[in-house]
Design a protein around this ligand. Structure first.
Ligand SMILES: Cc1ncc(COP(=O)(O)O)c(C=O)c1O
Length: 375
């Protein structure tokens, strides 16, 4: 049987990882500023995370949601504290798309409406409604097409106001910082406008924090910069440091009913142990402060380099827009300097490193990209 060929691959086989570094099968060491797509939040094979999972494996790894799983409540308590949303409710699932799918469904259950506002360049995942709310027709199958999603220009308050006036809106779904779309930061005033209009029209504000959340921006949710509370936060990626887990954090105004949402694997013992380990390390090592500090350091240094059109983002979610003539830089960083970075096509480099990278590691990257940009 061969693999279904859905991704263009880098010609690298990683066999070992530790902290901010990975090693290939030939023993070459790479600095990882991509984190397997914003997933590695506390560093590869973090010892506390490994021990938490290992200990849990010896006790019980999985049982369904038909029994009590105290680790879920432990996770809810810790997440409530670290995210500053202690009165919210937690529903656990397995991925970012699933988190968004459940959030949109819950919104529609809540106010009985169908129309969703999403934004140009948005990415919300590949399941049916999440992909319909994603601004990329090439990944929307005919069966996923729907009139229920309106795409508006990002940060356009007038268009938003008009859409609310003309439609019965169930929910607005927005990334606080668009990731796949090229690291575009939602303005604080736009997020506040979403909050105001959702309140006025009884619509649901869904903060897709799958990529920009979990401390990456320097605040737990990047929406926090606007000083607003969303009705539902969706999360995944950094939550398990590579162990698959997703979740939605739900405002107290939503009342749960039995069977309205459900999952087989979501919230299993092993996933909860991994997610607890991540929050414990984030808390103990003050990683949100590190994301701010090293993020600012990188951004300021990058802004001084030549041949960059724009540096965007917050904390350790940074986009470096390059002119077309510099499209080769990302590949050169990987193959000449052994540094993994992400990209948003065609010419935006995305930095999504673990939240505990050091200034030394930031400097290694800065030296390498400087050479490439000056070449
Ligand atoms: C903002 C955002 N939402 C949702 C998703 C989907 O997450 P997953 O791939 O875990 O389904 C992604 C993945 O890149 C994302 O960046």
């Amino acid at each position: 049987m061969k693999l279904f060929d859905v991704y263009p691959l880098n010609d690298v086989t990683i066999v070992k990882a530790m902290g901010a570094y990975v090693w290939d099968d030939k023993g070459t060491k790479y600095l990882d500023l991509y984190g397997g797509h914003a997933v590695i939040s506390i560093g590869h094979t973090n010892p506390h995370w490994v021990k938490r999972i290992e200990d849990q494996l010896h006790q019980i790894s999985f049982y369904s949601n038909s029994i009590k799983i105290p680790l879920q409540q432990e996770l809810a308590d810790k997440l409530g504290k670290v995210s500053g949303k202690e009165d919210y409710q937690l529903f656990l699932c397995n991925s970012g798309a699933e988190a968004n799918e459940n959030a949109l469904k819950l919104a529609s259950f809540y106010n009985g409406r169908k129309k969703i506002i999403a934004f140009k360049k948005a990415f919300h995942g590949r399941t049916s409604l999440a992909v319909a709310a994603t601004d990329n027709p090439s990944i929307v199958a005919p069966v996923n097409e729907t009139d229920n999603v309106l795409f508006l220009a990002f940060n356009d308050e007038t268009a938003l106001q008009q859409a609310f006036a003309q439609n019965e809106i169930a929910a607005v779904i927005i990334e606080g910082i668009q990731g796949v779309g090229g690291i575009n930061v939602a303005s604080e005033s736009f997020l506040r406008k979403i909050r105001t209009l959702c309140d006025e029209y009884n619509a649901v504000y869904i903060a897709d924090s799958v990529q920009c959340g979990y401390g990456r921006s320097g605040k737990f949710y990047s929406h926090d910069f606007a000083g607003v509370y969303a009705d539902i936060y969706t999360m995944a990626k950094g939550m398990g440091n590579g162990f698959p887990i997703g979740a939605i954090s739900i405002s107290p105004k939503f009342a749960a009913k039995h069977f309205m949402l459900g999952t087989t694997f979501g919230g299993n013992h092993l996933a909860c142990a991994a997610a607890l380990a991540v929050l414990e390390v984030m808390d103990e090592q003050n990683l949100m402060a590190n994301a701010t500090e090293i993020g600012n350091y990188l951004t300021e240094a990058l802004q001084k380099l030549p041949n960059i059109i724009e540096v965007r983002g917050r904390g350790l979610m940074i986009g470096i827009e390059l002119p077309d003539s510099m499209k080769h830089v990302k590949k050169n960083l990987l193959y000449k300097h052994q540094i993994f970075t992400g990209e948003a096509k065609p010419n935006i480099i995305r930095l999504l490193p673990a939240l505990n990278i050091t200034k030394r590691e930031a400097d290694i990257f800065l030296e390498a990209i400087k050479i490439e940009l000056e070449a």
